[in-house]
Write a protein that binds this ligand. Sequence first.
Ligand code: ASP
Length: 300
Amino acid sequence: MDHLLTLQDVPRAWIEALLDRAQAFADGVAVPPALGGVAVCTLFFEPSTRTRLSFDLAAQRLGAHVLHFDAASSSTTKGETAADTFRTIEAMGVRGFVVRHREDGAVAALAALAAPGTALVNAGDGRSAHPTQGLLDMLTIRQATGRAIADCRVAIVGDILHSRVARSDLHALRALGCRDIRACAPASLLPRDATLDGCAVTQDLDAALDGADVVMTLRLQRERMQDGLVDSLEAYHAGYGITEARLSRAAAHAVVLHPGPINRGVEISDAVADGPRSRILAQVRNGVAVRMAVLEALLG
Ligand code: ASP
């Protein structure tokens, strides 16, 4: 694989090997200087906290030189295109690019311009894909449940329409053979294309949570949303917010994931986000390990 742009159609064996390697990093295996002397640029045209910082740490741990590009303080503000920005930084000898962009397909478009030996990782494009989030979510589920993904009952709840995280999670869950995926949102936030093929789609949160082992909660993405898709934040919380009371329908051992950033009191209550079922900070920890494994696989 030259680039990691999506998990769609990625073979199960590749994902499993990647997760095994990430687990080894999480367990503290000796880290090789696999990226010694390699320059990696985090090229972010959209804001980020977790993804950018964890890629930065992952690349540093593998011995890379890390350069940060921040659109707001760059020549993007003078009208320079993403393609010219990418070519400029590549011309400096940078071989690894971790790219986030608001437009669907923007990272793949840059990958098509890349010279042989340059690798791009999609750190989130529009609503299309966020493959390393999908991988770190699978690692977190494996650890939290102690089961194969194929045997988990997984509820994905919230703003699926605008969520690249949900799409990458779905790609990964299907690749790993998950047979029981429930997708739950108000009708206005359910995609009408093939995104949810094979899922049990419902607008009833209690039905989605019934017996679930894993609840994947999504942020309400107001920056991508047209007005009127939700009535009010209070009404959304009442219908789709994950609270202790709503979780009584899930399995006794159920765990809750959220990719962050959290809208507290909207898609998830404080008590759940900070409570014993929450695996939100485990996701963050796993993000570093998964990104080390991805960078090693592409650039090591
Ligand atoms: N941080 C994730 C993303 O960039 C999830 C979110 O923003 O809701 O897609």
